[in-house]
Design a protein around this ligand. Structure first.
Ligand code: BTN
Length: 247
């Protein structure tokens, strides 16, 4: 289990203070929201009874099989908060890649893909001046334990690699990775992360629909918006939101 005594010895950075563990809760997001805790506070659950995904969707887990974590962040006021989804996405993708030896991609703005299947998702929720960054990583699920009707076909680290992965190690690396990239983002913005985001951009060159228009996905703009090249030759920049993959 991902209790404090198991996880904290693996964490190198300053996040995870305090570390709030629940065998079961509605959503780890709600453990932190309105808590007034300091930046770096972390909530972890073995099972959520009302886990949330983006756009009002639910996030269903198989107890003890995933990493379900929320991190409280207190970015400077006026920061471009939607960028935090990409910042966290890179940290999760890097963790997945390090632990599996396989390249992991970020499907703008909030999914992490392994073999073109979703292995992790990120949910940002505002909490006054703070942001609660929720991360769900599929670690040990079997096919029957993953949602059959997901928008993006899901996988787990175990399914993708055929190997067992230690959830505590995944969690500790995600926490350290998010901290390192968040600190870089606070200091220098998104610019230093753009080359890696481009390299990990799962959507580049694919047809997609966003904000009512359809086209081919191009580059990421400096501010984290994504370019859509329309059939009439014009380009549009989409803000944070949903990109549906087209035909
Ligand atoms: C998505 O892909 O739609 C985002 C999924 C985010 C799931 C995580 S699990 C931990 C945290 N608590 C929640 O209720 N949701 C996030």
């Amino acid at each position: 289990m991902l209790t404090e005594d198991v996880v904290l010895p693996l964490v190198r950075g300053r996040f995870a203070v305090p570390y709030l563990w629940h065998a079961r809760c509605a959503s780890t997001q709600d453990v932190l929201r309105g808590s007034g805790l300091p930046e770096g506070a972390v909530a972890v659950a073995e099972h959520q009874t009302a886990g949330r995904g983006r756009a009002g969707r639910s996030w269903v887990d198989a107890p003890g099989r995933a990493v379900l974590v929320s991190i409280l962040l207190r970015p400077p006021s006026g920061s471009p908060l939607p960028q935090l989804s990409l910042v966290a996405g890179l940290a999760v993708a890097e963790t997945v890649e390090t632990l599996t030896g396989r390249s992991a991609a970020v499907k703008w703005p909030n999914d992490v893909l392994l073999d073109d299947r979703k292995v992790a998702g990120i949910l940002l929720e505002g909490d006054g001046d703070a942001v609660v960054c929720g991360i769900g990583v599929n670690v040990a699920q079997l096919p029957s334990e993953l949602p059959a009707d997901a928008r993006v076909a899901p996988t787990s680290l175990a399914l993708a690699t055929g190997l067992e992965h230690d959830r505590a190690t995944v969690l500790a690396r995600v926490l350290d990775g998010v901290e390192r990239r968040y600190d870089a983002w606070r200091h220098d913005g998104l610019a230093p992360l753009l080359p890696e985001l481009e390299r990990r951009n799962a959507l580049r060159g694919r047809r997609a629909r966003a904000e009512g228009v359809e086209g081919v996905v191009g580059r990421l703009a400096d501010d984290g918006r994504i370019e859509l090249l329309l059939d009439d030759g014009t380009a549009r920049l989409a803000r944070s939101g949903e990109l549906e993959l087209g035909g």
